[in-house]
Design a protein around this ligand. Structure first.
Ligand SMILES: NC(=O)C1=CN([C@@H]2O[C@H](COP(=O)(O)OP(=O)(O)OC[C@H]3O[C@@H](n4cnc5c(N)ncnc54)[C@H](OP(=O)(O)O)[C@@H]3O)[C@@H](O)[C@H]2O)C=CC1
Ligand SMILES: O=C(CO)COP(=O)(O)O
Length: 331
């Protein structure tokens, strides 16, 4: 396995990783390989946690023995000065409530490594954490393209860190930059979070095109997907150009084309009548995007088509093709 090396030479840190799935385990592996002390939390009943504890392995990597594992949230939250969270997005609010009840969250920096929006509110993940933990906490998001399968082979990528506080953004970028991951400073947190979540919905659409053998329409999907999300971000008060950066367009290869993408695979399996059993965040995000479309009175045709199909439209091909055969209009 490749060993990344640290770029900046700042002091080593204690890091808590909340979550023990595909991405959380990678984040533990990665941050430990930069020389930090890392503790991973998983629920005691979690099969993923039990496997890591028994074998230190998952389907993708082996955790070094220096990474400690705990099923005590209290112990893990007390451990780190930086708290990385990577769980399924719809569960963030309940985890936030647990953390608030435990206390001991002052002076910590929270880094959300997840891509989603809350069903029912359309709320962004950083705002959910602030709502649950209090406005005084420091919170950043770490998103952009990257699959564990590529990283552990030493294939580098570029990612983005965003926060409402540039000092926090800079701190995280400095701590985690390496020859494996080059980070960019994100300045539009709203645009980054909406874009990162919504790329999974476009990924599902891409998988559906693959499943129908309409892969050549992915170019049009990319052009129209970015435009539709750019309109939404602008309506919400963000920068319409942010979707063209790493959080959204920059993640299209990893999601619309990569065989490693859970969201792309979900779409492909869905149109073939098969069920994929891995977490495809876009399935939930698309519902939240429908909430945002209503609130901001904006059309999201691609997201709407994915929503209709997942909710049982009988005309899958018609829903998708109608996106690209709409009346002629200026691009
Ligand atoms: N490039 C990037 O930035 C990438 C980002 N991601 C993002 O990371 C996030 C996690 O994805 P991934 O690791 O693939 O998903 P997995 O399904 O592999 O892991 C999800 C984890 O969430 C945990 N979880 C679910 N509900 C709760 C809860 N109520 N309380 C505590 N833990 C909970 C699960 O715990 P349990 O084991 O107990 O079920 C599991 O460990 C997603 O938002 C995804 O979009 C993923 C890959 C790459
Ligand atoms: O975010 C990711 C790649 O950047 C992971 O995408 P999937 O969840 O679709 O596998």
């Amino acid at each position: 396995m490749f060993t990344p090396s640290f770029l900046n030479g700042v002091e080593y840190l204690k890091i808590s990783v909340l979550g023990c799935g595909r991405w959380a385990a990678f984040l533990a592996w990665y941050t430990e390989s930069l020389g930090n002390q890392v503790m991973v939390w998983g629920r005691e009943t979690s099969k993923r946690y039990q496997r890591l504890q028994d074998t230190r392995k998952n389907d993708f990597l082996m955790l070094p023995k220096q990474v400690s594992l705990s099923h005590s949230l209290d112990e893990t939250i007390s451990f780190g000065e930086i708290v990385i969270i990577s769980i399924s997005s719809q569960s963030l609010r309940s985890l936030g409530k647990q953390l608030h009840a435990l206390g001991n969250i002052e002076n910590k920096t929270f880094v959300l490594c997840m891509k989603g929006l809350e069903i029912g509110t359309g709320e962004r993940l950083s705002r959910i954490l602030l709502e649950e933990l209090g406005a005084g906490i420091k919170v950043a998001v770490w998103v952009g393209p990257g699959h564990v399968q590529d990283f552990i082979k030493g294939i580098p990528n570029c990612m983005v860190i965003g926060s409402d506080d540039i000092a926090v953004t800079r701190q995280i970028v400095d701590e985690f930059s390496s020859n494996l991951i080059r980070f960019y400073y994100g300045t539009d947190l709203l645009g980054i979070e909406i874009g990162a979540a919504a790329k999974n919905v476009v990924g599902i659409a891409a998988g559906m095109l693959d499943g129908l053998q309409y892969t050549s329409l992915k170019g049009a999907l990319m052009a129209r997907g970015t435009k539709e999300l750019s309109n939404l971000i602008e309506a919400m008060g963000g920068d319409p150009m942010t979707v063209y950066g790493l959080s959204h367009l920059g993640d299209y290869e990893a999601t619309l084309f990569s065989l490693h993408s859970n969201n792309r695979r979900f779409g492909e399996d869905f149109v073939r009548g098969e069920v994929s059993d891995t977490l495809a965040e876009g399935v939930y995000t698309v519902e939240a995007l429908m909430d945002l479309a209503r609130i901001y009175k904006i059309e999201l045709p691609i997201c709407q088509a994915v929503y209709n199909i997942i909710k049982g439209s009988q005309d899958i091909k018609g829903e998708l093709l109608s996106l690209f055969l709409r009346p002629v209009k200026a691009e």
